[in-house]
Design a protein around this ligand. Structure first.
Ligand code: GLV
Length: 327
């Protein structure tokens, strides 16, 4: 009998996921969730055919050159900007991600962050906890209207469409979006969303939600010039990736009230957060948890495991990112 393929699980996962992987593979894991350096990662990948990764392990040309047994990296995330996909294809290393299983949960969170930001929920809770609430007043924490307002979405993939449907059908919002490519007419009708140019999106949205993938092109897609085009009453929500927003420029715009408020689940250089964002009151900050419900995180872990088993055991991954490798 052939020995089981060897894999590395780079971060802590559900014990059930590990047990399932151990049925098929010889597994080295990191259930202690120790912070491995790049060198540690490379050392532990020696002799491994597969890696179970999250968005935090960078798999680039240098790592690939040093890990010549590697055949597949399965991300437990829909985003995969930690993968240098062209370098992976060049080395015939497959990358996989976890689309679909997190779409609705992430859209729920995007909407929750929009609501919390527009209605100043975190800011007012801090005020209350600090013992500052001594009397009610007519304009206390008066925020921005959500129902009937204009929802702008930058990046109209599956999660963007989920947010559009929630806004249009649940809150009677006027939905506009900008994306690299336009949706089909059927999808535009289902989302009740109208395609606009980026400038119109920035100028018109009352609430702007970012749901686009991170890439060299989307780096600082929202910087001081874009923030200057937004309404002073607008809110900005980023559930996409750190680096899409210039966090220093955003903190300054918030401090100067050039936009009303922001809700951020992702940050440049996370888990570090730009210190200026920690001191402005009109921002809601969460630690990259948009897909974090127990059921969805289990579904993501299962799909990442399915990809490793599918590819290394049966030659058929479920959600390949660079299927050219399979040819
Ligand atoms: C989370 O950020 C993901 O990409 O799944």
């Amino acid at each position: 009998m052939n020995p089981k393929p060897r894999i590395l699980v780079a971060r802590a996962v559900f014990p059930e996921t590990l047990a399932r992987l151990e049925q098929h593979f010889e597994v080295e894991h990191n259930q202690a969730d120790a912070a491995w350096s790049r060198q540690d990662l490379v050392a532990r990948l020696q002799g491994k055919a597969g890696a179970f990764t999250t968005g935090t392990e960078r798999i680039d040309a240098d790592v690939l050159a040093a890990c010549t047994d590697l055949k597949v990296c399965a991300n437990m995330a829909v985003g995969y900007n930690n993968f240098d996909l062209p370098a992976m294809s060049a080395r015939k290393v497959l990358g996989t991600n976890t689309p679909d299983v997190l779409t609705e949960t992430t859209a729920d969170f995007g909407f929750a962050l929009l609501m919390a930001t527009a209605r100043r929920i975190a800011e007012s809770e801090h005020y209350l906890r600090a013992g500052k609430w001594t009397k009610w007043s007519f304009d206390m924490f008066a925020g921005a209207e959500v129902h009937g307002s204009t929802l702008g979405i930058l990046g109209m993939g599956r999660i963007g469409q989920g947010i559009a449907r929630r806004g249009a059908h649940g809150f009677g919002m006027n939905v506009i979006y900008h994306n690299r490519s336009r949706l089909t007419p059927e999808l535009e009708v289902a989302c009740k969303a109208r395609y606009v140019g980026k400038e119109e999106l920035l100028r018109t949205a009352d609430h702007l939600v970012l749901v686009l993938p991170y890439s060299a092109e989307s780096h600082h897609a929202i910087g001081s010039a874009e923030l200057a085009q937004m309404k002073p009453t607008a809110t900005l929500v980023n559930i996409a990736r750190g680096g899409i927003v210039d966090d220093a420029a955003l903190a300054q715009a918030l401090r100067e009230q050039r936009i009303a408020a922001a809700g951020l689940d992702v940050f440049e250089g996370e888990p570090k957060v730009h210190p200026d964002l920690l001191t402005v009151p009109n921002v809601v900050l969460t630690p990259h948890i948009a897909s974090a419900t127990v059921r969805t995180r289990r579904a993501m872990a299962d799909l990442a495991a399915d990809n490793l088993i599918g590819f290394l055991v049966h030659g058929k991954p479920v959600t390949p990112l660079n299927p050219d490798v399979l040819a």
